[in-house]
Ligand binder design. Structure first.
Ligand code: NOJ
Ligand code: MG
Ligand code: MG
Length: 392
């Protein structure tokens, strides 16, 4: 009997791709497409051939071009629906393209032009209907043009207010229409604009607490975006989990200091990718794992399929490594030695009271002894390396 592939993905893994990711034709700012464009239905078919995929996500205009007629739109949707059924794929997430069309050249919700701001809200409401037609339950907001190329052009406090108004408005529309969406705000520090508002996930987390319906809104952190800013993505994910706001996640990769690469997940930063997997597993993240990346410009569609399969395979391999790490006696022993629990003290520091404050003020600590406690992180980190490299 043939040996089963232990890393084969299944729909239960909730792996998703975007029409714009596997369907990326290989265009970059300096070069024309290197792959023929596929229709939405063809992209779904391709994902069906890859196998094990849970769903496919779209921007409104990935599915229906911005200038399509009503009849064209209906035909595209019919073909797409048929392809979804054939490939047994769902649409867990939808979003709005508020960045490609020239009307958004100076922003959408934060444009200085009230007509553009209202048009962006209208376009998003229509996009929400489109997503709902296909059963999407997460609605992502990535404000690619929400920013400036020169700070002289906008009052950023006023712009933040406009952004808040738009999200508040759309939250209420979501409720009125009973779409049942959870909104996920996605930050990106730069590209395509010089300066982007709310550039990191932490900015979004702060912003959410100022909204009218904050429970409806969470974040969609992207690996590459935070990495681009030189941040530690596992920490970003941890903060979103801690805030109860990890509604969606974009997995890909990025080398620091480069252009927006959108590399295949775990193709570059193995260690960070491992710790992202560890967080999602240890804290039981159950949402979609969306691979927001695209194949190298050199790839043909056979290679694009390998890219999609590879993204999922890398996750499954890292997942197995996480379980191994959590079971590894030596690693766990070392971790145990590093953690010093003192229940009596923990009780005191858990919550402030006058008595607890007094007790802590009276407690005796031997600074020198505490400083001398061993922290064998070199050993631990080497064990991690051995484990990741497969020699442990
Ligand atoms: C394209 C961006 O590159 C990506 O990061 C984002 O998640 C999607 N658009 C959603 O708008
Ligand atoms: Mg990206
Ligand atoms: Mg993204």
């Amino acid at each position: 009997m043939a040996k089963q592939n232990p890393y084969a993905p299944t729909p239960a893994d909730r792996f998703t791709f975007g029409l714009w990711t596997v369907g990326n034709p290989g265009r970059d700012p300096f070069g024309e497409p290197t792959r023929p464009r596929l229709s939405p239905a063809q992209i779904v078919e391709l994902l069906g051939q890859v196998g094990g995929v849970h769903g496919v996500n779209f921007h409104d205009n990935d599915l229906v071009p911005i200038d399509a007629t009503q009849a064209e739109a209906e035909q595209i949707k019919r073909d797409f629906r048929k392809a979804l059924r054939r490939a047994r794929l769902r649409v867990p997430m939808a979003t709005t393209n508020l960045f490609t069309d020239p009307v958004f050249k100076d922003g959408a919700f934060t444009s200085n032009d009230a007509d553009v701001r209202a048009y962006a809200i209208q376009k998003t409401m229509n996009g929400m209907h489109l997503g709902a037609e296909f059963g999407a339950k997460t609605y992502v907001f990535w404000g690619g043009r929400e920013g400036t190329d020169t700070n002289v052009s906008k009052d950023p406090v006023q712009a933040t207010g406009w952004f808040r108004e738009a999200i508040n408005f759309l939250c209420r529309y979501n409720r009125d229409q009973r779409f049942g969406y959870r909104f996920a705000l996605e930050a990106k520090p730069n590209e395509p604009r010089g300066h982007i508002f709310a550039p990191v996930t932490g900015s979004m987390l702060g912003f959410i607490s100022t909204l009218d319906l904050p429970d409806m809104v969470g974040v969609n952190p992207e690996f590459a975006h935070e990495q681009m800013a030189g941040l530690n993505f596992p920490q970003v994910v941890a903060e979103a989990i801690d805030a109860g706001k990890l509604f969606h996640i974009d997995l890909n990769d990025q080398e620091a200091g480069r252009f927006d690469q959108d590399l295949r997940f775990a193709s570059q930063s193995y260690k960070h990718a491992f710790f992202v997997a560890k967080l999602l597993i240890d804290y039981r993240y159950r949402g979609p794992k969306h691979f927001d990346s695209h194949a190298y410009r050199t790839a043909d569609y056979a290679d694009v399929k390998a890219f999609a399969a590879g993204s999922m395979r890398s996750w499954k391999i890292l997942e197995a490594k996480v379980y191994r790490f959590n079971r590894d006696r030596r690693i766990q022993n070392l971790l145990g030695k590093i953690h010093h629990d003192r229940p009596q003290l923990a009780r005191l520091t858990r919550r402030y009271s006058k008595q607890n404050a007094k007790a802590i003020l009276n407690a005796e600590f031997n600074r020198k002894k505490l400083a001398a406690r061993p922290l064998p992180y070199e050993q631990l980190d080497q064990l991690l390396f051995d484990l990741l490299m497969g020699v442990r």
